[in-house]
Design a protein around this ligand. Structure first.
Ligand code: AHR
Length: 326
């Protein structure tokens, strides 16, 4: 379904461009937008990612912005190729969600030489390449990690735990959310002597990898595991059946902490099989469209826009959590 939407969007963008190149100006924003935005999405690895793409499509339509949307299928080289196509196409603004932090300098210099502003969406890039971009619209991943760690300390207190053994299933290696969520979580628990991280393992933000990692962790550490800290809902949802198959009750025998806050994970939180979900909102489209319009108008933009995020957990009445929309 999502692939079809992306294909349709790229096709639409092609039509749009042909219209811009060859047809008379009819003055209507759908066929002749004031602004053409090229957006390179990472892929379809999670419900979060799909929600993010849908939100960007919807907000582009709301703001009458022409969207050239490309799906990189989880490959950095595909994102670089897409950015080059946007440059060749002379879009007004380029936006992309960098799969990893390093390796963008050449293509970003090309965008700079072409005079096209670049906006980072969701994920960041390394400091030394950052001056080639205008701004970042995305979550404060470090704070998400801190909120996860702080929840764990409260939970350990409420259960009176004296020793807490943690396994961490991380997101894509060298991606901003992976590095910053880990750093925030480790910093938050660092001063608590009860906490021991048995192992951190790369689950690549994928459900299938979440399951594989959990199988390995259960085989290796078995009943020593007190806590699973998983960097996204997708991997958490993959891990839960493995925990049950091994004879443990997630949410009771093992504390489960996840990040994203998609509907599926919230439903599982309500069932008591996840203890805490730190929100990471995919709804970045509105801020992106407003930023793109400002850039086109030559106006200043905020260097960083972080959305407000919250924690959903067994500390609250979970029946009151409103539908998430992704
Ligand atoms: O970059 C945001 C992360 O990427 C989300 O937590 C995850 O679900 C997605 O794949």
């Amino acid at each position: 379904m999502f692939r079809k939407r992306i294909a349709a969007a790229v096709f639409f963008a092609g039509l749009l461009a042909m219209g811009m190149a060859g047809c008379e100006n009819k003055g209507d924003t759908a066929s002749d937008p004031e602004l053409l935005l090229g957006f390179s999405q990472i892929g379809t690895e999670s419900a979060w990612r799909i929600g993010n793409t849908v939100d960007i499509e919807e907000q582009a339509a709301n703001y009458g912005i022409g969207l050239m949307l490309e799906n990189a299928n989880q490959k950095q080289e595909n994102q670089i190729d897409a950015i080059r196509r946007f440059i060749a196409y002379k879009v007004d603004v380029i936006a992309f969600s960098p799969i990893v932090e390093e390796g963008w300098d050449n293509v970003l210099k090309e965008a700079q030489d072409a005079g096209i502003p670049v906006v980072l969406v969701d994920r960041d890039i390394s400091e030394n390449e950052k001056d080639l971009t205008t701004c970042l619209i995305g979550a404060d991943f470090y704070k998400e990690g801190v909120m996860a760690g702080e929840y764990l300390i409260r939970k350990a207190d409420s259960l009176g735990l004296e020793q807490v053994n943690i396994v961490e299933i991380t997101g894509t290696e060298n991606s901003t959310p992976m590095m910053q969520r880990q750093a925030g979580f480790m910093d938050a628990i660092a001063g608590d002597e009860r906490m021991t991280v048995l192992e951190s393992i790369d689950g690549d933000f994928l459900k299938s990898r979440g399951a594989e990692c959990m199988r390995y962790l259960l085989d290796t550490y078995g009943e020593d595991i007190d806590v699973v800290f998983s960097h996204n809902d997708e991997m958490t949802i993959g891990a839960l059946p493995e925990i049950e198959r091994a004879g443990f009750e997630p949410g009771k025998d093992i504390i489960i902490i996840s990040i994203d806050g998609g509907q599926e994970a919230i439903n599982v939180l309500k069932q008591g099989k996840i203890n805490c979900v730190v929100e990471c909102t995919p709804k970045l489209g509105k801020a992106l469209m407003e930023t793109a319009l400002k850039l086109k108008a030559g106006q200043e933009v905020d260097a960083v826009i972080h959305p407000e995020e919250q924690v959903f957990s067994d500390e609250q009445d979970t029946s009151l959590i409103a539908p998430r929309g992704y």
